[in-house]
Design a protein around this ligand. Structure first.
Ligand code: MBD
Ligand code: FE
Length: 303
């Protein structure tokens, strides 16, 4: 189409905005509309295609899949890379790498001091112990830090979103002890896959992609005076370890998992079959002015 006519229409649309609006929203929306006009023009998007996209976006929202789509299209990891760069520019690099929160956190998990058992439902799977220390930027332990942990079950399902599990199964909040340590007992998780036939699955299929994550465990680590850390660890050896549909696997977040099978160790842990153990410490950055917000505002469910 005629370039001047397109520019004239965009100018006309923008000229209807007034100072009673929000300048930030105006600037961002104007940019997105311009970019989409250009996409439609250059890709010669047909009306059927446009309205099919509108129908798709509507259905995806109705299905509550926008968080999944944001992860699957790489937006959430992109935001992480931008935060990393902003911190590095401000001279605040280092610490345990962050990685995406994902759409399956649920607020309000039961809290305990020092240690917790996450697997409250009777379900199959190998027993996993995980433990470590929370440390500040100077390397000193952080007592009283909150370690929020959540992960999938042996079928890749998360409680709350998977109605077959009881509320808060495999979700806990652990306050670190006087030495800054946390410890939990749970079951080795299995990788999550997007709901078959859902909006995310449909889109990924059209892109010729899979919708599977490698097995992982999510964490929020918070303590006054420190930056909130949002991260995950991966279960080493998962076939999807470096083929995550959400692009969240990072160097430094794949700790070794030890197999424990000698009878004395199993007895000491009150476990009947061979189990696994992971050691992982969290190194937090110091909170200070001039860094991007670390407590990301995002809608959360509460069971
Ligand atoms: C998950 O478990 C997850 O962590 C992400 C990011 C997306 C979908 C499912
Ligand atoms: Fe997850």
């Amino acid at each position: 189409m005629n370039k001047q006519a397109m520019a004239a229409l965009l100018d006309k649309i923008e000229s209807t905005e007034t100072a009673s609006g929000n300048p930030r929203v105006q600037a961002v929306v104007n940019r997105i509309v311009r970019d989409l006009f250009v996409t439609i023009e250059e890709m010669d998007v047909q009306p059927d295609e446009f309205w099919s996209a509108v129908g798709y976006l509507t259905e995806a929202g109705r299905n509550g899949e926008w968080g999944l789509i944001a992860a699957g299209l790489g937006f959430e990891h992109f935001l992480d890379l931008r935060m990393d760069e902003a911190e590095a520019r401000a001279g605040a690099g280092g610490g345990t790498p962050r990685t995406i929160e994902g759409p399956l956190y649920v607020a309000g998990a039961p809290e305990s001091l020092g240690s917790a058992r996450l697997d409250q439902d009777e379900q199959p799977g190998e027993v996993l112990f995980m433990q470590g220390q929370v440390r500040g930027a100077d390397g000193t332990p952080v007592p009283g830090a909150l370690v929020e942990v959540w992960h999938a079950n042996h079928l890749g399902g998360y409680s709350f979103f998977d109605p077959s599990q009881s509320p808060y199964n495999l979700r806990r909040t652990i306050r670190t002890d006087a030495e800054g340590r946390y410890r939990f007992r749970s079951k080795v998780p299995v990788g999550y896959s997007v709901p078959p036939g859902g909006s995310t699955d449909k889109l990924l299929k059209l892109l010729g992609r899979h919708g599977t994550r490698p097995a992982h465990i999510h964490f929020f680590v918070t303590a006054p005076g420190h930056r909130k850390l949002t991260t995950q660890i991966n279960i080493d050896g998962d076939p999807y370890l470096w083929d995550d549909f959400a692009f969240a696997t990072r160097e430094g977040l794949v700790p070794p998992m030890r197999r424990i099978d000698d009878p004395a160790s199993l007895r000491a842990r009150e476990v009947a079959a061979p189990c696994y153990e992971i050691d992982f410490d969290f190194d937090l950055l110091a909170a200070r002015d001039g860094l991007p917000a670390d407590r990301i505002l995002r809608a959360h469910f509460e069971a």
